[in-house]
Design a protein around this ligand. Sequence first.
Ligand SMILES: Cc1ncc(COP(=O)(O)O)c(C=O)c1O
Length: 404
Amino acid sequence: MTSQSSTPIPVASRVAGFTYAIRNIVGEAQKVEATGVRIRYLNIGDPVIFGFKPPIHLIEAVERAMRDNHNNYSPSPGIPSAREAVAADFTARGLPTAADRVLITTGTSEGIELALNALANPGDEVLVPMPTYPLYTAVLAKISAKPVFYRLDPARNWQPDLEEIRSLVTRRTRALVVIDPNNPTGSVYPTETRRALLELAGRHGFVLLADEVYGDLAYDGPVPPMAALDPDAPVISFSSLSKAYLAPGWRAGWMAVGRSARLDDLMAALRKLADGRLCSPVPMQYAVTAALTMDRSHQVALRADLRARAEVTVRRFNTMPGMSCVAPIAAFYAMPRVSLPAGRTDEDFVLGLLRATGVLCVHGSGFGMAKDGGFFRVVFLASPVELEEIYDAVAGFTERFLSA
Ligand SMILES: Cc1ncc(COP(=O)(O)O)c(C=O)c1O
C-alpha cells in the first residue's frame, strides 16, 4: 500500500500571470522540428548562436580567474575592480558615478528584477513601453504590480508620445521603463525626448529605469547613458556583457544608481536584496573589469555587421507586398508589419510561417501589441546571405497567407 496521494501539488497563483513569449513559442517550434523541418530561430537575441564570439581577452579573464581560484563567493555587490570599472566607464561617458552606487548583477535581467522588487508594492504601477521587452511584464506579474503601457509609435520611428506618458502618471506610479536603444524596435530616442523623460521622473518622484543594454550597438556609434543629460535625475542605468560584448551565457551585468540623495534609501534596499542572492558568478565579474578597461575594437566590426543585416532586412520587408518595416538604427531587431486579413491575428501569421517554412519569429502581441496589429519581431543576426534566403521563404509564405 502506498501513502502517496495523486493530487497535484498546487503552484502559486502568481505563475498564471507569468508569460514570456520569446521562450514560450519555442515549444511550438520544437513540435515542427520533430516533423523533420529545419527551424530558423529568429526569436531570441543571442549573437553567439549565429557565430559571433566574445573578445578573447574576456575569455582569458574568466579562465584566469578560475585558475587563480577566484571560485569563492564575492561580496554581494560585486568584486571591487568590476564596480570601479563600471563607475569609471559611466564617468567617462559623461555620467559621474561612484563605485559604491554600482552593483554587479547576473545580467541586466537580475538588475531589473532587483530594482522592480525594491520599488513596487502590490498594486503599484510601472510605466512600460508597448511594444515592450517581456521581462518587465513578467517580473511585474510576479510581484503583483501593474504595467501601465505607453505606446511607441511606428509612424514616428517608434518614438514614445510624451503627452501620453504624462497622462498615464498617477499617485501609484513607481517607475518608468525606458529601453533606449530599443528592443524590439531598433529605435534610438532623440536628446529632447530623453531630457523630457528625465524631467518627468524627477518632477513626479519616480525612478527612470534606463535599460541601456544596446547602448554600444547603435550603428552610428555608442549612445551616451541617458542620465548623462542630468546626473542628478532619479535614474538607475542597466547594462551587461550579453550584447555588446557577445557573452549572453555568462550572465554578467551591472546597474548604477544615480547620485541623488533621493535615491539613498533605494540604494540601501537594493543592497539588502542583493545580499539575499549572495553574488553574481565571480569569474565572469573579472570579465566585466576586462571588458570595460581593455580593448573594445570588436564593437566597430559588430556595428558594421549589424548595419549590413539591418539594411537587408529593411529592403526585403519593404519590398514584400502587404508588408512594411521601420528601419532600425541600433541593435539586431526589426518589427515589421503585415497587413492582416480581417479576423486573422499576428499569432496566426507567425505560427503559419513557422509551420510552412520553419522560420520562427515572435508575434507582436508577445510584446504587448494588439493581436490584430500585424506586428512581429525579427532577430536579424544570421549572415546577410542566410537572411536573404530566410526572407525569400517569408515572402513566399506571406503571399500565400494574404491571398488565402
Ligand atoms: C531590452 C533588454 N533588456 C534586458 C535584456 C536581458 O539582458 P541580460 O542578458 O543582460 O540579462 C535583454 C535581452 O534580450 C533586452 O533585450
